[in-house]
Ligand binder design. Sequence first.
Ligand code: PLP
Length: 433
Amino acid sequence: RTPLDPRTLLDLDQAHVWHPYGPMPGTATPLLVESAAGVRLRLAEPAEGHRELVDGMSSWWAAIHGYGHPVLDAAVRGQLDRMSHVMFGGLTHEPAVRLAATLVEITPAPLQHVFLADSGSVSVEVAVKMCLQYWASLGRPEKHRLLTWRGGYHGDTFHPMSVCDPKGGMHRLWGGVLPRQVFAGEPPAGFDAAVDEAYAAELADLLERHAGELAAVIVEPVVQGAGGMRFHSPGYLRLLRELCDAHDVLLVFDEIATGFGRTGELFAAGHAGVAPDVMCLGKALTGGYLTMAATLCTSRVADGISRGEVPVLAHGPTFMGNPLAAAAANASLGLLLDQDWRTEVKRIESALRTGLAPAAELPGVADVRVLGAIGVVQLDHPVDMAAATRAATRHGVWLRPFRDLVYTMPPYVTGEDDLARIGEAVVAAAAAG
Ligand code: PLP
């Protein structure tokens, strides 16, 4: 194999490789990453004078322990020596069983059963399937719709798209073929804000009117991620729990982005002290090493499905429970839970509060907000992605602004100097974008 030089690789990339939400052929040239270690991405060629960039994105919420962590590396290598994959139908193995048992232990108590899915979107598909199958099994197939609030993002396969924000591109493209769901308004902004009475009444009214056809309510708890990086009061989660119980509707929390400490609680549901009937996890589950997600449900849901005409959960992907990914997840959870992750997340929160504060003084900035290890600068106009990314890169930091947002969620292992640098880069990107 002859090594390919960077120029050739980038030409081939543009000609043949789709990137997330990208055109074909590619137009913007991606940065070519050669390796990653700690919190740094090493580029094949310098960008804006930097060969290494501090990763302000944790590879989209996933790499909470940074890259090339010796414990994670050893876990995956050790598993590779035993087996990289076996089918999960009729077979099982320690990494998957151990992972499921740990997830049951650390998530809210009623969640007892775990489906190991291959990606976040698939885990949401599985969650929807669990809910629809639950009601069908109980002889209520008319309860097949979902209620969500606007401004959400749940993934890009069809059921997840149907509960993404209806103003977004998903619905513009696919409105005609997506399952038709019930939408409440966006939850009022502000983690510390009091529950808005009018909004609470809107939720109550929608639940009451649609209960007969609703299988479940699905929301991102406390932080809406890719739909707009909005924070809302945990009070709305308590309200949804009450309304779902009152109207016999299941409650699904999509914790794919918020899970594993990112918001300052191990799971965002913890801010509200409520348990959903179904919970989706992904992203940081494997510390960002390998693709794996999980859907957990209560015994009520599992027992309901078991009583149906088809008494099995009708889902089973080829790579379900992949041992390498499960080994990475076990190691990542071990690392997280054995350390004082709460203090680390608080440390990042306070560094981001300090670092992002100057952005509030910039013209064109609508809001600056921080929660846990998440920092957001919202502009009053669409961001110029290329200019904002270049400005961050000039500070030696990797950011991926979108829509009207410049934001960061650094790995938990990011040191003080690098956090300060990320803060400067976010402010510079907001100024340039
Ligand atoms: N749900 C939420 C809350 C997400 O943030 C994402 C990804 O950004 C998904 C679901 C989809 O996960 P994946 O991209 O792994 O399919």
